[in-house]
Design a protein around this ligand. Structure first.
Ligand code: NAP
Length: 312
C-alpha cells in the first residue's frame, strides 16, 4: 500500500526529536510538508508559515500531526478538522477539558479521525503491568516523576504561563500510565502545588489519591522539575498479593520483587504512528480524556505555596 501523506505542524523539540524521524522511518506515512511559524525546514519538504497556507497550497495532504504547545491546539485542531484533515495531536491535548470535549464533538461532526496521543502508554512494560495488576489488584501505588525542566523544555517559556501545566506537563505522562494500568478508578483527594514565586505554573507537586475500594489502597504521586541528576520516572505498586511491582524508566522497565522481568528501548512514537495508521484504516477516533481530567482535578484540589524564583 502506498504511504499516506502527512504534514507536521509545530517544529519544536518533540517534532524534531521524535515525530520527523519516526515518520521518516515509517512504512505507513510520508512526510509531505511542514508548518513552522519560524520557517524551520526539514529535508526538502515544503515549509509553510501557517496551517491555512498549507491547506490552500497542498489540499492533497489529508493528515496532520500537531506538535505545538497545548495553548494553540484547540484552534489548530478545529481548523484542521474544518479543512477535512484527520488529526493526530500531542499531549496534553488542550488547555481546558471543555476545549477537548469540543474537539471530540467537532471530529464527529466533520466525520474525521481524531487521535489524542499519550506516548508513555506505548510500552510493552506498561501493557504487562496492566495485566499483572488486573490479576493481583493494588494495595498501594507511589508515582515519582522527577526530571530537569532545563533539559526537557529548554528555554520554553510557555510551560510557565497559565495553560502551560508546569511540572504537570511531564506529570500527565505518569497519569497516562497510571490511569491505564490501575484496575479501579482513582480520584484526587488533595494536592500541594509549589509555584516559583515569579511563575504561573507549578515546579513541584505532591498529590494524594483516593478510591472507592473497601481496602482503602494508599495512592500518591510526587512531581519535581528541578531534578538535575537523572530522570526518575517510576511508579511503584504493591499488589493485593503483596508483590512489589516497579515500572521504571517512564514505562520501559518492569521489576517484580526487585528482579527485572522486562526492559526495552524506546518505541513509543513508532507505536503512536502505527496506532494512527490503524485508526485511519478503520476510520475510528481514539481520545482518552482520563489522564487530563485527573490532572484538572489536581489543579482544582491543589493548595498553593510559593517557592524560590525560577530562571533558566
Ligand atoms: P517546543 O519546543 O516549544 O515546540 C513547540 C513548537 O510549536 C514551537 O517550536 C513552534 O514551532 C510551534 N508553535 C506554534 N505556536 C506556538 C506558540 N504559540 N507558542 C510556542 N510554540 C508555538 O515544545 P515541545 O517540547 O516540542 O512540546 C510540544 C508539545 O509536545 C507539548 O504539548 C509537550 O507537552 C509535548 N511533548 C514534549 C516532549 C518533550 O520532551 N519536550 C515530550 C513529549 C511530548 P514553529 O516555530 O515551528 O512554529
Amino acid at each position: 500500500m502506498s504511504r499516506r501523506k502527512i504534514a507536521v505542524i509545530g517544529i519544536g523539540k518533540i517534532a524534531q526529536d521524535q515525530h520527523l524521524p519516526v515518520i521518516g522511518a515509517s512504512d505507513n506515512f510520508e512526510l509531505a510538508a511542514i508548518v513552522s511559524t519560524r520557517g524551520i525546514g526539514y529535508g526538502d519538504v515544503p515549509v509553510f508559515r501557517s496551517p491555512g497556507e498549507l491547506y490552500n497550497a497542498m489540499p492533497e495532504i489529508g493528515l496532520v500531526s500537531i506538535c505545538t504547545p497545548p495553548g494553540v491546539r484547540h484552534a489548530y485542531v478545529r481548523e484542521a478538522l474544518d479543512a477535512g484533515k484527520d488529526v493526530m495531536m500531542e499531549k496534553p491535548p488542550t488547555t481546558t477539558i471543555s476545549e477537548l470535549d469540543d474537539l471530540i464533538a467537532h471530529a464527529v461532526r466533520r466525520d474525521r479521525v481524531l487521535f489524542q496521543t499519550w506516548h508513555s502508554q506505548y510500552n510493552e512494560a506498561v501493557y504487562r503491568t496492566k495485566a499483572l495488576l488486573a490479576e493481583e489488584g493494588v494495595q498501594s501505588a507511589r508515582i515519582d516523576w522527577r526530571e530537569s525542566v532545563r533539559k526537557w523544555h529548554p528555554g520554553q517559556d510557555w510551560v510557565w504561563e497559565p495553560g502551560g501545566f508546569g511540572v504537570c506537563d511531564p506529570g500527565i505522562n505518569a497519569f497516562s500510565i497510571f490511569t491505564k494500568v490501575m484496575p479501579f478508578p482513582v480520584f484526587v483527594e488533595g494536592a500541594k502545588l509549589t509555584f516559583p514565586k515569579n511563575r504561573q505554573t507549578p515546579v513541584a507537586a505532591e498529590i494524594r489519591f483516593k478510591s472507592s475500594q473497601p481496602h482503602a489502597p494508599v495512592l500518591s504521586a510526587g512531581f519535581n522539575w528541578l531534578e538535575e541528576s537523572d530522570e526518575i520516572w517510576t511508579i511503584a505498586f504493591t499488589t493485593g498479593r503483596g508483590n512489589s511491582v516497579s515500572l521504571e524508566g517512564g514505562g520501559r522497565l518492569l521489576r517484580v520483587n526487585g528482579k527485572t522481568v522486562l526492559e526495552h528501548g524506546d518505541a513509543e512514537y513508532a507505536g503512536l504512528y502505527d496506532r494512527f495508521a490503524d485508526l485511519l484504516d478503520t476510520r475510528q477516533s481514539d481520545v482518552d480524556a482520563t489522564p487530563f481530567r485527573l490532572m484538572g482535578d489536581v489543579f482544582l484540589m491543589g493548595a498553593r505555596e510559593n517557592g524560590p524564583a525560577f530562571d533558566w
